[in-house]
Design a protein around this ligand. Sequence first.
Ligand code: ZN
Length: 293
Amino acid sequence: MKDYMVRAVAAKGALRAVAATTTRLVEEARRRHGTSATATAALGRALTAAVLLSAGLKDRGRVTVRVAGDGPLSPVVAEASVEGHVRGYLRNPTFDLSPNAQGKLDVAGGVGRRGTIHVVRDLGLKEPYVGSSPLVSGLIAEDLTYFLHESDQTRSACALGVLVDVDLAVRAAGGFLVEALPPAEEEAVGRLEGNLVRMASVSALIDEGKSPEDILTAALEGLGVKILGRSPLEFRCRCSRDKARALLAALGEEELRDMLAEGRSEMTCRFCNERYLFSGDELAEILESLETS
Ligand code: ZN
């Protein structure tokens, strides 16, 4: 089944919710970056967090989540656009950690428990909206809810989950975010909290085959949930051979001459790990275009 996200409201508009399955796009990120199990979980959670925040965009723009902790995998960077295009990367993708005391992938150890979560909401206007808050656990979901509280004064509940199989492939990934719009109704929030306590982990639900609609229906049971719409998600980068070429040209004549002396050049996209190779002939061509312009 393809990845998608579902938006909903409940409690007569007092609660705004979004849930997403991201199994395929996290698997694509894993395949591209060759991530270890712990790195897959950390990157997958960040990618899902960016997706959930992108639900708040109107008709254009993108959201970038940058989790900069003091762990070996930080920073973890994820971006999601209003079109449902998602991409991201992290430091030391192949680095793995031992499981934590609960026998789970040690995401907090990888990300680091101290640091900052940065959120950039680029609405396509002149200036993007930039906010940040300190990390509270390095687990990303808690860090995000703390950010929403500090930055947007919104009370929220967030779950992010990535289940990695024994062969390192992504078995299930996804998450949900429910925000209580001020003035938050205590009764609705109490009911929501009761529902969440009874629910299994989001990765277990997705692994069982539950859809984003099923997850929102369970989380918002008894709260008059109204599904607003669904939209597809996929791992897709904005890089291209033309953009890589333009970046090479921007390096300037001196740098290009050094590369030409080496006979070739390779540009790797940080976000998707795509490699763009440029031969000596192509470098000479770029150099020529600079000299004649
Ligand atoms: Zn790329």
